[in-house]
Ligand binder design. Structure first.
Ligand code: UD1
Ligand code: MG
Length: 416
């Protein structure tokens, strides 16, 4: 009967249905997580919170993102009839008039999301190698790209006014645009996972990004005529905000659960899917500025120009209870020539702290190449909860900047 009632309410608008389901999803996730935590620990799905005092270190259930992701999928499946209610409520024979293209797009979006949840869970259980993490998201995006192609997705970008005398009003990127969208899904899935390791940071940043995208879609729906893509985005993102908020509650300092790679990949692909199906894959990047910075900053370590320890998360100082920068240690002579150049660049620009290793002065220490370490470098040793709050404030500030670039300033460069 709840379903029927919800169906009746949905005649007011599928937004209401989606919003209602977002609350249902939040409440289910919120209650289910503590109920299943013990089960995860028994199954060996747990990790040690590295940033806590020796005496407080205990097993924390890991990969709990799979609970949030499952509830998300259930709720989205329940939502599908609301999205297509106009065609389901009319009495008609056959399926003429039913928007098969939109339905396929929706289902393909969910397929990509499912694949990434599966990959994330496999990563949590098996600790996959980097090449899998790069290849599989590209493959998972393929059905989505095909749908984009056959539903007349544009590969043309409108150029800024100042570029038009040279390149014309628009530029058709053709196949490059598909490569870009494929790379977007690889980037999104990995970018959140490597901005991680402090209680609440993975779920926190995802929530800020999702809420920002919701705001962006609302602005588009109110302000423009063409907004079908944003309607879909809104309905995919609101339940995501629900499950993520509930997950964040349990993952906030001191974490009772870890979100795992499952959640990081799930969040990333959800953003990529909404960006692609909503036709705002370029605007999406504006809301991921801290992730882009962190990803680019991490490249020297990801590609092994500078050694990359298994964990780059900050280091807990047992005597003060504060977090300090974590370091990679190596003999400078072991670095390749590009590696040495990178080391010089980060030293001169102040992006990293370089010092002789305190115990073995012949070795060099360089603070790990993450935005988290950079924040600690700027503000000094800091409490874990405060560090998460600072980074989330940075994420909020970047969203405000993104909206400013997209709207008031955007009008200076684009005439629409
Ligand atoms: C990514 C990062 C790694 C970072 C790790 C932390 C890269 C290339 N990889 O690796 O540097 O250390 O995430 O998530 O940047 N943990 C905590 N506190 C938290 C969250 C996690 O101590 O708030 C620890 C726990 O021991 C947990 C483990 O991190 O078990 C999870 O790490 P995992 O997600 O497997 O690491 P990666 O994603 O491979
Ligand atoms: Mg991870």
């Amino acid at each position: 009967s709840i379903f029927l009632l919800a169906f009746a309410i949905s005649s007011v608008g599928h937004y209401l249905a989606s919003l209602g389901l977002a609350f249902v999803a939040a409440s289910l996730t919120f209650r289910l997580i503590p109920a299943v935590s013990e089960m995860f620990i028994k199954a060996g799905l747990s990790g040690i919170d590295l940033n806590k005092h020796e005496k407080l270190k205990k097993k924390v259930p890991e990969a709990i993102g799979v609970v949030a992701a499952t509830i998300y999928l259930i709720v989205i499946f329940l939502y599908i009839p609301f999205h297509f209610r106009a065609y389901l409520l009319v009495e008609q024979q056959g399926t003429d008039g039913f928007p098969h293209d939109k339905f396929v797009a929706f289902i393909c979006g969910l397929l990509s999301i499912c694949c990434m949840i599966f990959l994330g869970f496999a990563d949590d259980v098996l600790n996959l190698a980097w090449r899998h993490k790069l290849l599989l998201p590209t493959l998972a995006a393929l059905p989505l790209l095909i749908v984009y192609k056959v539903t007349g997705g544009s590969t043309t970008v409108i150029l800024p006014i100042f570029a038009r005398p040279f390149l014309g009003h628009t530029l058709d990127l053709g196949v490059l645009f598909y490569i870009y969208m494929g790379m977007l899904s690889v980037f999104c899935t990995n970018a959140i996972n490597i901005l991680a390791g402090v209680n609440g940071i993975e779920a926190g940043q995802s929530l800020v990004i999702a809420v920002s995208l919701v705001v962006n879609s609302i602005i588009q729906i109110i302000g423009t005529e063409y907004h079908e893509g944003h309607q879909l985005a809104l309905c995919l993102l609101m339940p995501f905000c629900g499950v993520t908020a509930a997950l964040l509650w349990h993952n906030w300092y001191p974490s009772n659960v870890f979100v795992g790679d499952t959640f990081c990949y799930f969040a990333g692909i959800t953003f990529a899917v909404t960006g692609i199906l909503g036709h705002f894959s370029k605007t999406l990047l504006l809301f991921l500025m801290p992730q882009i910075f962190n990803f680019v900053f991490s490249v020297p370590q990801l590609f092994k120009l500078i050694p990359c320890p298994r964990h780059r998360l900050p280091k807990y100082d047992q005597s003060t209870g504060l977090l300090t920068m974590s370091y990679a240690t190596f003999a400078t002579s072991s670095l390749s020539r590009p590696g040495r150049l990178v080391l010089d660049i980060v030293r001169v620009t102040g992006l990293c702290h370089v010092r002789p290793n305190p115990e073995q002065p012949e070795l060099t220490d360089v603070s790990n190449f993450t935005i988290i370490n950079l924040v600690i470098k700027m503000v000094g040793p800091i409490h874990e909860e405060k560090l998460t709050t600072y980074i989330l404030m940075l994420q909020v500030a970047s969203s405000v900047l993104a909206l400013a670039i997209r709207y008031p300033f955007g009008n200076m460069f684009f005439d629409q």
